[in-house]
Design a protein around this ligand. Structure first.
Ligand SMILES: [Cu+2]
Length: 498
């Protein structure tokens, strides 16, 4: 409907303009061409002055009205250390170009008015004027030199990399169609190596090299990532398919993500998300209900956001992620809760090159777990049952061969017995009810003996040890399910004397 009305209005205006033209033409024929021309000139000159005033007032009013949308003013203050340098550069440039804009517009319209066509007025011919040339060359020269030098200085500051020993947090952003993968270095603070040849969308989306132990604690974030306030952050930026652009508008961070050509950006957040919300709270345009959650005001639901600033394809818009800036303590809390990608997805699978060994921290964790369990039993007065299960001692299927990682836990028992020279222990093997009962008894006995042999070889006197196979006679769970049977297949030790 609106479109139709606009269309009809345009047609009517065209008709009016054509008719006015025709009338003027006829009047001209009656009054004489020259006089008519002078009248037209006069009218146009006055109109152009009116237009100039309206136009300039409109420009200045709109600049004032929209001032809160400008970078560096009102709710759009930067939240990073370098951001204010960029904002002030934009504003200084706007200041100079603004002056030039207003002055040239005034001259443009005023001279069109002043030198309008008049009977008897002749054009002045000025071929050359040194003074004018000097003025309009020297002024822009100084202004441009200032802007360029100031800009260069800001550029060098903004693009500076971290120093060799400078404390910083390094994370990695990989753009792909259509999301950002944000990788953190984990507690060691160092990102692990990666290689595009190792990329496997299902098990290794970034191509991390699991041989490199720096990768063991690296993790990737979900829809939100977190950084501490007032800490220098270096972001490694890459892309896996097409051009993307890593854009954190509130921090004035913006850098292309180019496949095969790593880029980076260093910045220091200076305001936490909560602090930024409190700043927005002062502005009326943020004191309105959030359309997505009317129970809250707009400033309350504000989040810093990571976007892709390169039109990279159909799902471009969905590359949004939230960045939360928090205090350093909250950051460390969050960091400690993030599960490592390797430990949750790769550890002890086919893809794990370290599957036949334990890392130091795992050995330590398991030892602590073992010691706690032993401590629990020994600290009881007159314990009914001093039987403890080996949680990590396993055998190859149907045989009495220990799996490669079983020794670590037997070593824990070894250490315990060496520390308590009077301690005697019974080793017991158990199976599930699959297969022949007699065979099961033999198998469980030879498994218990395997552990016995290991301890004896490692200098535990055989008089302190017994071993027994109980076959399928002492199940601790049902034999009807897989998990139940797995629980029944076990090796235990019972502390006979402390
Ligand atoms: Cu993109």
């Amino acid at each position: 409907m609106t479109a139709l009305l606009i269309f009809i209005s345009l047609i009517l205006i065209t008709i009016i303009v054509v008719q006015v033209g025709k009338v003027t033409e006829l009047a001209g024929k009656i009054r004489g061409e020259e006089q008519r021309q002078e009248q037209v000139n006069q009218r146009n000159a006055v109109f152009s002055m009116i237009f100039m005033v309206l136009f300039l007032v409109g420009c200045i009013w709109s600049a004032y009205y929209y001032k809160n949308y400008m970078l560096g003013y009102g709710p759009h203050e930067s939240a990073s250390e370098h951001g204010s340098a960029l904002d002030s550069m934009f504003n200084v440039t706007l200041f100079f170009t603004g002056i030039v804009f207003v002055v040239t517009q005034i001259f443009l319209f005023y001279y069109a008015y002043k030198y309008r066509g008049k009977k008897g007025r002749k054009v002045i011919y000025i071929p050359h004027n040194n003074m004018v040339e000097i003025i309009w060359t020297v002024i822009p020269l100084f202004v441009m030199t200032y802007l360029v030098i100031d800009g260069l200085e800001a550029w060098n500051k903004v693009m500076a990399d971290v120093g060799p020993d400078e404390e910083h947090i390094e994370i990695e952003a990989t753009g792909y169609q259509f999301a950002w993968a944000i990788r953190y270095p984990g507690l060691d603070g160092r990102l692990g190596e990666k290689n595009y040849k190792l990329i496997d969308p299902a098990t290794n989306p970034l191509g991390q090299n699991w041989e490199d132990e720096k990768n063991i604690d690296d993790f990737q974030t979900g829809a939100e990532f977190v950084l501490p306030v007032n800490k220098k952050v270096r972001v490694r930026i890459t892309a896996q398919d097409v051009l993307h652009n890593f854009d954190l508008p509130h921090f004035r961070v913006k850098m292309d993500a180019i496949p095969g050509m790593p880029t980076h950006f260093v910045f220091t957040p200076t305001k936490t998300t909560e602090e930024y919300r409190q700043e927005l709270r002062k502005y009326p345009e943020y004191q309105v209900p959030d359309p997505n959650d009317p129970s809250k005001q707009l400033w309350e639901t504000f989040e810093y956001e990571l976007a892709c600033a390169e039109l990279c394809g159909r799902g471009h818009y969905s590359m949004r992620k939230t960045l939360r800036i928090v205090s350093e303590d909250d950051y460390l809390d969050w960091l400690n809760k993030q599960p490592s990608y390797y430990m949750t997805n790769i550890r002890f699978t086919e893809k794990d090159p370290h599957r036949n060994k334990l890392f130091d921290f795992e050995i330590e964790n398991r030892k602590e777990e073992f010691d706690r369990a032993v401590e629990g039993v020994l600290s009881m007065n007159n314990p009914q049952d001093t039987t403890l299960r080996f949680r990590y001692v396993n055998f190859e299927t149907g045989s009495a061969d220990l799996t490669p990682l079983s020794n670590y836990e037997i070593d824990n028992l070894l250490t315990l017995m060496k520390g308590n020279p009077a301690m005697t222990v019974e080793l017991a093997g158990h199976t599930d009810n699959t297969g022949d009962a007699e065979q099961n008894q033999l198998l469980s006995e030879s498994r218990a003996k395997k552990v016995y042999d290991y301890l004896v070889v490692n200098d535990i006197d055989s008089t302190r040890l017994q071993y027994n196979g109980y076959g399928q006679d002492r199940p601790i769970d049902t034999n009807d399910t897989d998990t139940g049977r797995a629980a029944n297949r076990r090796t235990e030790f019972r502390i006979l004397t402390k």
